[in-house]
Design a protein around this ligand. Structure first.
Ligand code: ATP
Length: 436
């Protein structure tokens, strides 16, 4: 299962680990092993009809390729999963999300890319599940990272936030939990019709695949498990500074961690530590569900509106520091967690008094200070619109309703859609660009 995927090199039993000359900006070569990635090459034909023409990205569970469907002459995105540890239900999840009663069908098709095809391929590393979907542009995390203090214009952020919550409300209505909502899993829709391009014209506009040779540290010949060259991902996106409202259409991708709480008990949160809900940090055997998604959606909405994350910490991998971030923003933890955290970690005594007041507000600021620093200042510095007081109040109120410590107290995605900020600011902005 995706949720228990070990890092590369850790699941091979007796196979000796091979060291490669490190490469920047491409997938981890150690994943090319039995049970790992498939060594895809430019020009490969998958499933007798998809010709690989470029690379779109990579992640822990697969590599993602731009391909031409030779039958329809359309461009498609293909995720070629790891042979083991890919979620075998990823295709089932996406299929289960295709129909909607509550939401407008074209809106759902726009915010969740439909599954166009799925099949398995066999290779030197095993059998790989492949999913074919719509081609998107940059993921929002990268779009921000490419700018200094990357933020989106306010109208762009509002429209994107509305789409993300609509997508999640639909996923939850279908009784799925996405399980990995963060800005790397939100991509821009392409602001042009890619099918108007020939492959050569596409190469001319966005560059041919950049090939980086793979070399073993011991200079021995490569095994068939690994490709002879890695491909840098194509950049068809825009940086956060460049994105205008008309470009602000997004898709929620990567259902590799998704699950149905009614059919499967999930105990591990696979999102980065700073985005994990408190039940995942404080309970030994938490039962994750829809509210766990809501917590990560709140962190992602913050990232859409602000430059740096809400619970950012230099030591953000540590539970004690993340908890200190959460306490300074949200106040005292529920009693059991509060005393356990205090007993286990010295940071509680160092940073908070017995009434839970921060002793060093410059190190652990409150939510409003964080918002001003992360969302308002970077926009004002660019001469862009920042939130007026009424909007800011409504936005923070919505975020707080999603960040209740107790999962059962968190707002549902549907409730979030009914919040004042969504109704007065975010959805009206999305309506300006929504296709019907
Ligand atoms: N349909 C698509 N169009 C364009 N780019 C895509 C598409 N699907 C995925 N990508 C790119 O590939 C990256 C990895 O995709 P994805 O998140 O599905 O892989 P993963 O292995 O499940 O990743 P993770 O490590 O987050 O679990 C995305 O962040 C995005 O940049």
């Amino acid at each position: 299962m995706a949720a228990s995927a070990p890092p590369p090199g850790k699941d091979k039993g007796k196979q000796p680990k091979i060291d490669y000359v490190p490469l920047e900006g491409v997938e981890d070569l150690e994943y090319y092993e039995k049970g790992g990635y498939h060594p895809v090459k430019i020009g490969d034909i998958l499933h007798e009809k998809y010709r690989i023409v470029h690379k779109l990205g990579f992640g822990t569970y697969g590599t993602i390729w731009l391909a031409v469907d030779q039958t329809s002459r359309q461009f498609v995105a293909i995720k070629v999963g790891r042979a083991e540890h890919s979620n075998p239900l990823e295709a089932t999840s996406i299929k289960g999300l295709q129909h909607t009663i509550t939401f407008d069908t074209s809106t759902i098709r726009s915010v969740i890319p439909p599954l166009l095809d799925n099949f398995d391929i066999d290779g030197p590393n095993g059998k790989h599940p492949c999913y074919v979907t719509t081609v998107g542009g940059a993921n929002l995390s990268l779009a921000k990272l490419k700018c200094h203090q990357g933020v989106f214009r306010l109208d762009v952020a509002r429209a994107m936030a509305a789409q993300l919550v609509i997508a999640v409300a639909h996923v939850h209505e279908k009784e799925y939990v996405h399980g990995d909502v963060n800005l790397s899993n939100v991509v821009l829709r392409l602001p042009f019709d890619i099918n108007k391009f020939s492959v050569d014209a596409l190469y001319e506009k966005f560059g041919k695949p950049m090939r980086v040779p793979v070399v073993r540290e011991d200079s021995k010949e490569l095994t068939p498990a690994v490709p002879s060259e890695c491909i840098e991902s194509v950049w068809m996106g825009k940086t956060s500074d460049e994105i205008r409202l008309s470009d602000a259409k997004i898709m929620l991708i990567d259902f590799g961690e998704s699950y149905q709480p009614s059919l499967e008990a999930r105990h591990n949160s696979m999102v980065p530590r700073a985005y994990q809900p408190p039940e995942a940090l404080h309970e030994k055997d938490p039962l994750l569900s829809f509210p766990s998604d809501i917590w990560t959606v709140a962190c992602s909405l913050w990232d859409i509106v602000a430059w740096f994350p809400l619970f950012e910490s230099y030591f953000s991998k540590e539970t004690e520091n993340i908890t200190a971030e959460q306490v300074s923003v949200l106040g005292k933890l529920p009693p059991g967690w509060w005393s356990y955290w205090g007993r286990k970690y010295e940071i509680r005594r160092r940073q908070f008094d017995k009434d839970c007041k921060t002793k060093h507000p410059e190190e652990y600021p409150d939510m409003e200070t964080r918002f001003d620093e992360a969302a308002q200042k970077p926009r004002r510095a660019r001469g862009w619109e920042a939130m007026a007081d009424g909007e800011k109040k409504a936005f923070l109120l919505m975020i707080r309703s999603m960040l209740k410590y107790r999962p059962e107290e968190r707002a549902t995605a549907k409730k979030v859609l009914e919040s004042e900020w969504m109704k007065r600011w975010a959805i009206p902005e999305y309506d300006k660009i929504r296709e019907h």
